[in-house]
Design a protein around this ligand. Structure first.
Ligand SMILES: [Zn+2]
Length: 196
């Protein structure tokens, strides 16, 4: 089932998300629905707060990036079929010199900006069977994971922009929160006027 994606401005996107246990109600169904929702919106990642749940769960599938011809064959292979569920994730370490990449977000349609992040991360998490992993990623894989991880920390990519950029984007972000935007997937807007 496709779930509505929560738009910029909703307080659920600002919460520090909570750990879950394997007893979390209907977790398998939630994960299935989140995959469906992400693919329907052509995303490469989706975090639970983006479907209204402040829990530490996100999904990543970087396969669409593997077609990028500017990447090396090696990078393309790494991105192709990288499909994972991250539960109760914790980034243990981020290292290297920060680099720019043009990011977007399903909760902030039509806005794309360069964001600086460190190139290499080590992350601990549980998979969908609650088996623990600690892994190190770099490049675009790290980038997508960092973006989704921010969501479970209550952080959005627009928070990482310069104050000038933020000022320039303010009215566009307000429009998004009011639903004044054309988007081809289902969304829920926090500041839409009701009763008409
Ligand atoms: Zn996002």
């Amino acid at each position: 089932m496709i779930l509505p994606i929560i738009a910029y401005g909703d307080p659920v996107l600002r919460k520090m998300a909570k750990d879950i246990t394997s007893e979390y109600p209907k977790l398998d169904e939630l994960i299935t629905n989140m995959w469906e929702t992400m693919y329907n919106a052509h995303g490469v990642g989706l975090a639970a707060p983006q479907v209204g749940l402040p829990i530490r769960l996100f999904l990543v599938d970087t396969t669409p990036f593997s077609d990028d011809e500017e990447l090396s064959k090696e990078d393309q292979e790494a991105l192709k079929g990288f499909k994972k569920v991250f539960i109760n994730a914790k980034i243990e370490e981020e290292v290297g010199t920060a680099w720019d990449f043009n990011e977007g977000c399903l909760s902030i349609p039509d806005i794309r900006e360069d964001v600086k992040r460190k190139p290499e991360i080590t992350i601990s998490y549980l998979d969908e069977n609650f088996n623990p992993h600690t892994e190190t990623y770099d490049g675009l894989l790290a980038r997508v994971i960092q973006h989704e991880y921010d969501h479970i920390q209550g952080v959005l990519f627009t928070d990482k922009l310069s104050s000038l950029k933020k000022r320039l984007l303010k009215s566009r972000l307000e429009k998004i929160s009011k639903g004044k935007i054309a988007v081809d997937y289902k969304m829920r807007f926090p500041n839409i006027k009701k009763g008409r």
